[in-house]
Write a protein that binds this ligand. Structure first.
Ligand SMILES: *Cc1c(COP(=O)(O)O)cnc(C)c1O
Length: 392
């Protein structure tokens, strides 16, 4: 039973949440119904790349809502055509399927790879994924994920996702067999606590996939759209995947995702893929507004500068309080607290002090502010975190 003061009695109890009800936001700030303000370095799990209530997103929504919200997926619409064109041009891939969530984009990537395997690899269907990976919460994407325990919660799993070890090329090669069609990974594992795939490992995987005739699928749901300081993380490694998935930042806070692929891998025929809301112009209009800002000259240099300032500040705090490693790239950073400090408890104390942080692992903090976060906001976050750490 819900506690008597529970704010939302009819909502399924799917997560531990504080009683606060969030009512408005602006930039890096979120405000609850009691008028308390929070400096938000979670931003809906790296979703609100332009912060809360960005005027460009509000305008795109209002304009499109007053024009046409839903002609239906049986017709083309202008914002979807425009967004697919922009994403293809910016990523170096050829075609896009627009959808609503990261899990849906990854589910589509899995289907596309299996279809390609039927056509070109004698029905090969296995996709090598990685321990501790996170690809979403549908049955197939949970099976592709390597979260401990997820193989049992909703057993039986969807078969065909053998697990390799991140940054261990031999572990990937050892899993390749006649049924293998693809290798799929996050270039930086986000939910695992910001664990980067080494750039050499990404390059080696690209070469391995080329040599063995396999597809390389990159899940950039969390790392894409400027989060790591380049528009896509794969740019840092100088490679291009065959299939790419995007979500989170691409919608700046609204449900929007994309599956992109090289022309040679675009093998869906009519009826293979779709969805009632897939490619709807309301969300696509927001995607266009977000891309225009994030890909504009100078924006990503700002992300890199802010990321360096945040990393430097976190390293100072780590040294001062005897904590562990600072990891990640751009504005996707983790701070290991060491075995003595519980990250979940620290997140709660920070929230009470008006700072929103995330704990993807029991002893790891993750920081993923808006990409347009200011230097002053980063300094304020560091000051607040310093106080919370000192009080621990
Ligand atoms: C968040 C996330 C997903 C799932 O996205 P949803 O929109 O929650 O379905 C998939 N992959 C990665 C890497 C993610 O961070």
């Amino acid at each position: 039973m819900n506690a008597p003061h529970a704010p939302a009695h009819a909502l399924m109890n799917i997560a531990a949440r504080p009683d606060a009800v969030m009512v408005r936001g602006e930039g890096s700030w979120l405000e609850d119904a009691a008028g308390r303000r929070y400096l938000d370095f979670v931003q809906g799990w790296a979703v609100n790349c332009l912060g809360h209530a960005h005027p460009a997103i509000a305008q795109a929504l209002a304009k499109q809502a007053a024009t046409v919200v839903n002609p239906g997926p049986a017709f083309f619409n202008a914002p979807a055509i425009e967004l697919a064109g922009k994403l293809a041009a910016l990523s170096g891939l050829d075609q896009a399927f627009l959808c609503n969530t990261g899990a849906e984009a990854n589910e589509g990537a899995i289907k596309l790879a299996r279809k390609w395997g039927q056509l070109h690899r004698n029905g090969a269907f296995e996709i090598i994924t990685f321990g501790d990976a996170f690809h979403g919460r549908t049955l197939a994407t949970m099976s592709a994920s390597g979260k401990p325990g997820w193989d049992r919660i909703f057993a039986p799993q969807v078969p065909g996702f053998p697990k390799a070890v991140l940054n261990d090329l031999d572990s990937v090669e050892a899993l390749i067999g006649p049924n293998t069609v693809a290798v799929m990974l996050e270039p930086i594992q986000g939910e695992a606590g910001v664990q980067p795939a080494e750039l050499d490992f990404l390059r080696a995987l690209r070469a391995l996939c080329d040599a063995r005739g396999l597809l390389l699928i990159l899940d950039e749901v969390q790392t894409g759209i400027g989060r790591t300081g380049t528009l896509f993380r794969f740019e840092a490694a100088g490679i291009t995947p065959d299939i790419l998935t995007l979500a989170k930042g691409i919608g700046g806070g609204v449900p929007l995702a994309a599956l992109l692929a090289r022309e040679s891998a675009c093998c869906f025929v009519h009826g293979d893929q779709g969805g009632t809301y897939c490619g709807n112009p309301l969300m696509a209009a927001v995607g266009n507004a977000v891309i225009d800002i994030v890909a504009a000259p100078g924006f990503l240099a700002g992300v890199r500068d802010a990321g360096e300032a945040m990393a430097a500040g976190l390293r100072v705090l780590s040294k001062k309080h005897g904590l562990g490693e600072v990891r990640g790239a751009g504005l996707l950073l983790a701070l290991d607290l060491g075995p003595a400090r519980n990250a979940g408890a620290l997140v709660e104390r920070a929230r009470d002090a008006g700072l929103l942080l995330n704990a993807p692992r029991p002893h790891t903090l993750r920081l993923m502010p808006a990409l347009n976060v200011s230097t002053a906001e980063i300094e304020l976050m560091l000051t607040m975190l310093d106080k919370v750490l000192a009080g621990a």
